[in-house]
Design a binder for this molecule. Structure first.
Ligand code: HEC
Ligand code: HEC
Length: 217
């Protein structure tokens, strides 16, 4: 389903993203395309190096956060809500421009602190079940958990369309599902902890091709 663009429901979000890309926003009258022109050129390869540090604020941002910075800074309109249809669509559209290209994350003096925190969280036992991400996704991948086969837990296909959600969803929504699974406190999508985790996962997935939009059960 994922590899056939005609049956991949995630392609609907990519198409919606393309429309939004060309729609002028608010008082600025500027669309994403006004500044970035054709996404197939300007956005090609961009998603392979995110999450990345935003030089303007020295904050770690993912593609969602980057889009919202452009909304605020360059279009003078409100940020999209995390997990909103619009943000999922634009994120899918931007990431799709890198489909097939390898994840390319480098850890340096600027992002090291975030990377270390993300790695710590990944390896820390959490929740009432007292399990770490690593215990499932590094030590038990390939095994069954109820009806699911545990994967290596990579984020290179997100945003995805998930049949169980009957909807598209972000990587952070998937993180929340895993936290719920181990009965840990649910962090909000877009939170600093999730961004750190996303950076660690992207580093761990370096070399894997981007697959956006993925399709999952
Ligand atoms: C007025 C011009 C302008 C508009 C409109 C604009 N951007 Fe940007 N965008 C920029 C600039 C300039 C940067 C470089 C970072 C910065 O200075 O904020 C950027 C950076 C980006 C990046 C990161 C690129 C990279 O190589 O890391 C993405 C992704 C992006 N914009 C997406 C969007 C999307 C999606 C929209 C529409 C919702 C949009 N931008 C609207 C000017 C704009
Ligand atoms: C009890 C085992 C378990 C734990 C602990 C767990 N997960 Fe998962 N995770 C799953 C299962 C089951 C799935 C759905 C099947 C799959 O894709 O692996 C999943 C899916 C994922 C996916 C999506 C993979 C894809 O290709 O769509 C990511 C990313 C992920 N987990 C990350 C994490 C992170 C980060 C943590 C720690 C906060 C975590 N998981 C903790 C079991 C677990």
């Amino acid at each position: 389903m994922q590899s056939d663009d005609f049956s991949n429901p995630g392609m609907l979000w990519v198409a919606r993203g393309e429309k939004l890309w060309m729609t002028p926003a608010g008082g600025s009258g500027k669309s994403c395309a006004t500044c970035h022109t054709e996404a197939s050129q300007g956005m090609k390869g961009v998603a392979t190096r995110y999450p990345a540090m935003d030089p303007g604020s020295a904050r770690l941002v993912n593609i969602e956060g980057r889009i919202n910075l452009c909304r605020a800074r360059h279009q003078q309109v409100e940020a999209f809500q995390y997990e909103s249809e619009e943000l999922l669509a634009l994120t899918a559209y931007v990431a799709h421009q890198s489909r097939g290209m390898p994840v390319k994350i480098e850890i340096d003096a600027q992002n090291r602190r975030h990377f270390d925190r993300g790695r710590d969280l990944y390896n820390r036992r959490i929740g009432q079940m007292n399990l770490s991400c690593a215990q499932c996704h590094d030590q038990n991948w390939g095994k069954k958990l109820l009806t699911d086969t545990i994967s290596q837990g990579h984020g290179n296909a997100y945003p995805i369309y998930r049949l169980e959600w009957q909807n598209a969803g972000s990587l952070h929504r998937r993180f929340r599902n895993c936290l719920y699974g181990v009965r840990a406190e649910l962090l909000p999508a877009g939170s600093a902890e999730f961004l750190d985790l996303e950076l660690f996962l992207a580093w761990r997935a370096r070399g894997l091709p981007l697959e956006t939009p993925g399709v999952r059960r």
